[in-house]
Write a protein that binds this ligand. Structure first.
Ligand SMILES: Nc1ncnc2c1ncn2[C@@H]1O[C@H](COP(=O)(O)OP(=O)(O)OP(=O)(O)O)[C@@H](O)[C@H]1O
Ligand SMILES: [Mg+2]
Length: 240
């Protein structure tokens, strides 16, 4: 379970996230939905310890990300919105590096690398440098790195953006499997349709604040009843 307690974050005096509360249960695919600039990535960067939290606290499976970052970081895998990392490494070197950090045994890592990179269609690019990869290929190598060490909690910032349909399908299936095993899949998107397809539960963020949290049936009901949410719904569908 992830618990976010009234977190806030400002950049140069401008508030990006404002007293945000969220509770993310185990065994669910949780969608974090909001238009561009809503504060999704800022929230995720606080969850993963990349940005310090101005106010409030976050615990992942009971471990506080600010107080015990090393322990918390062992629990999750993170796919950032832009994957411009380790560009000078070859794909295979990057994956072995991740597997070394997380102590993935040799035979297991080889099997997972083979399986995952083949299903994402990047197996043949493993000996190329990451800087020669397309945006989608970079995304896939980072996703593969996360899945390699099988963390309990997946935190994915717009993971489907830039993936071709087959790879998006593969990733969605992997997300479903992970949640079915009782683990957490938390991901952000600005696409309402993705949330409707995939999520058990959703939170809608707008101007740095959670406007709604609940299941899909409750979300549809709220969209009908609440004028503000209806406007937000239009904004989200216009984006598509
Ligand atoms: N490093 C930064 N410095 C200054 N302002 C920032 C910084 N990062 C984010 N912001 C501001 O915080 C607000 C929230 O941005 P954030 O990136 O969290 O939005 P988002 O919901 O992830 O949007 P998108 O769908 O475009 O990825 C925006 O107003 C943005 O301009
Ligand atoms: Mg973002």
């Amino acid at each position: 379970m992830i618990e976010i307690n009234r977190i806030s974050k400002s950049f140069a005096g401008k508030q990006a996230v404002r007293e945000l509360d969220l509770s993310i249960p185990d065994g669910k695919i949780f969608g974090f939905l909001g238009p561009n600039g809503a504060g999704k990535s800022t929230t995720i960067k606080m969850m993963t310890g990349i940005l310090p939290i101005d106010d409030g606290s976050i615990t992942l499976n009971g471990v506080d990300i600010s107080k015990d970052p090393m322990k918390a970081k062992r629990l999750f895998g993170y796919v950032p919105d832009r994957s411009d990392i380790f560009l000078r490494l070859k794909g295979i070197e990057y994956l072995n590096f991740i597997a070394d950090i997380f102590d993935v045994p040799e035979d297991l890592r080889r099997r997972r690398i083979d399986e995952l990179t083949k299903s994402f269609g990047i197996y043949n690019a493993l000996n190329d440098h990451i800087q020669t990869y397309s945006h989608g290929m970079k995304q896939k190598i980072v996703v593969t790195g996360v899945l390699l060490h099988d963390p309990d909690v997946w935190i994915l910032d717009e993971p489907l953006t830039g993936l071709d349909p087959k790879s998006a399908y593969t990733l969605k299936e992997l997300m479903r499997d992970h949640a079915a095993r009782g683990k957490i899949v938390f991901f952000s998107t600005h696409v309402l349709e993705v949330v409707e397809q995939l999520c058990d539960e959703v939170a809608i963020i707008h101007n740095g604040h959670v406007q709604f949290q609940g299941n899909m049936t409750e979300m549809r009901q709220q969209f009908k009843e609440d004028d503000n949410l209806e406007r937000l719904f239009l904004e989200l569908t216009e984006n598509e």
